[in-house]
Design a protein. Structure first.
Length: 413
């Protein structure tokens, strides 16, 4: 049941120290820690990505990759557009009494796009697209620079596709603190959202009183829920998907079939030979840390474990996956059948792949249009409606001991 993001007490001490320094020293502190952690020396003038850099990044990307990103954007846009609520609605609760809601976008938001173990244009797609659909006026991006001090071309290409122009070359604790407090170069934001490593997660916890930090999105997790009918080859391939994100990821096969586990293990060993040394080392670290196989006594017990664990991603590789679907209560996303690996949803199927981790799928949902919108309640009472409820309101105010509440209805002419 352990997760990497729950073991971050030391990172939180570091996050507090660096955040305080960014609050006090602004750009200078951000640049100092960017050089220390990303090994890149920037200046206040080069911290922000220029329009020319965005254009060049898009043009530098090969056409097949651009086509893939644009296809993903279309699907992700269509999915999130379906989530849009009515801008305003009203209903009558009694004669002369009208209530409703008005929905408006958050005025500004910062999207955190990690880089530590690779380039993640899909993260910007999953964050920037719903923000754009929601109509957020000011969308800003923070992402660590590469070894040349630039933002990766694929991320710049996604920014152009979505229409995002405010991008800052920074990551980690210093980036979260910069948008929480604001610096000479980086505007203060009301919300930051996006996955990161344990240090970025620690910074969000430390700064939660300064900025809305969105859903908890830490190191990647997956559960493959399988029965004795599952194809061992597909199980082996899919249980490695999230493990390659990094050594702090979690990847579990949960099944009541010990025979399946015995078949899967040698396949994983064989498939590992086909991936890079870097990704293989991550997979091996995960399976000596937060990953492995859990053998239960029945499919029922496997389902119960999934609901208690509340994984970020989960696949149902059982004989009748749609029969299992109603039983899954706690999961960031639920993918059904042999041909829906996490890969599809991570990149281009349409549903959002920024999901709650660390067991927070019990109370949080995936990133959606609603992360970028807020609702205001609206109420109206006519004179007739007021007279209808005046005595009720007075009685309730009196019961709760609020004198001015009571006075406002009792003395109203």
């Amino acid at each position: 049941m352990r997760r990497a993001e729950t073991d971050i007490s030391e990172q939180m001490k570091t996050a507090k120290e660096i955040s305080d320094e960014v609050r006090d020293n602004g750009d200078a502190a951000v640049l100092k820690y960017t050089e220390k952690f990303d090994h890149v020396r920037l200046t206040p003038e080069t911290m922000k990505v220029t329009a020319e850099e965005i254009e060049n990044g898009y043009n530098n990307l090969d056409r097949p990759t651009r086509d893939a990103l644009e296809y993903a954007y279309k699907n992700i846009y269509n999915f999130h557009e379906k989530q849009l609520p009515e801008e305003m609605w009203f209903t009558n609760v009694d004669k002369g009494l009208m209530v409703g809601e008005k929905t408006t976008p958050i005025v500004d938001v910062c999207l955190y796009v990690p880089r530590g173990k690779g380039s993640f244009p899909s993260v910007l797609l999953m964050l920037g697209t719903p923000a754009k659909v929601a109509g957020v006026p000011r969308i800003r991006v923070v992402t660590p620079p590469n070894e040349k001090g630039d933002v990766d071309d694929a991320i710049l290409a996604v920014a152009k596709i979505i229409g995002i122009t405010d991008i800052y070359k920074m990551g980690g604790i210093q980036a979260v603190a910069a948008v929480a407090y604001g610096t000479e170069t980086v505007p203060k934001c009301h919300k930051i959202i996006g996955p990161g490593n344990s240090y970025a997660t620690a910074a969000k916890r430390v700064l939660a009183q300064q900025i809305d930090t969105g859903l908890p999105a830490g190191p990647s997790e997956v559960i493959i829920l399988a029965d004795e009918k599952a194809d061992p080859e597909k199980v082996a391939l899919d249980v490695m998907i999230e493990a390659e994100h990094g050594p702090d990821s979690a990847a579990l096969l949960v099944t009541h079939s010990s025979e399946l586990v015995e078949k899967v293990i040698p396949i994983i060993e064989r498939q590992k030979a086909k991936i890079s040394d870097k990704r293989r080392s991550f997979v091996e670290s995960v399976y000596s840390g937060y990953g492995g196989a859990i053998i239960t006594s029945s499919l029922r017990e496997s389902i119960d474990f999934v609901n208690e664990y509340a994984p970020e991603h989960m696949e149902v590789l059982t004989e009748k996956p749609f029969d299992v679907l109603p039983e899954i209560k706690n999961a960031g996303e639920i993918l059904l059948g042999d041909y829906t690996p996490v890969t599809l949803c991570n990149f281009l199927l349409g549903p959002n792949a920024i999901l709650p981790t660390g067991g927070f799928a019990k109370t949080y949902s995936s990133v959606s249009i609603f992360d970028f919108l807020k609702r205001s309640s609206v109420g109206y009472a006519s004179k007739e409606g007021f007279e209808r409820v005046r005595e009720y309101a007075y009685r309730m105010a009196t019961v709760e001991g609020f004198d001015t509440h009571a006075l406002a209805v009792k003395e109203r002419k």
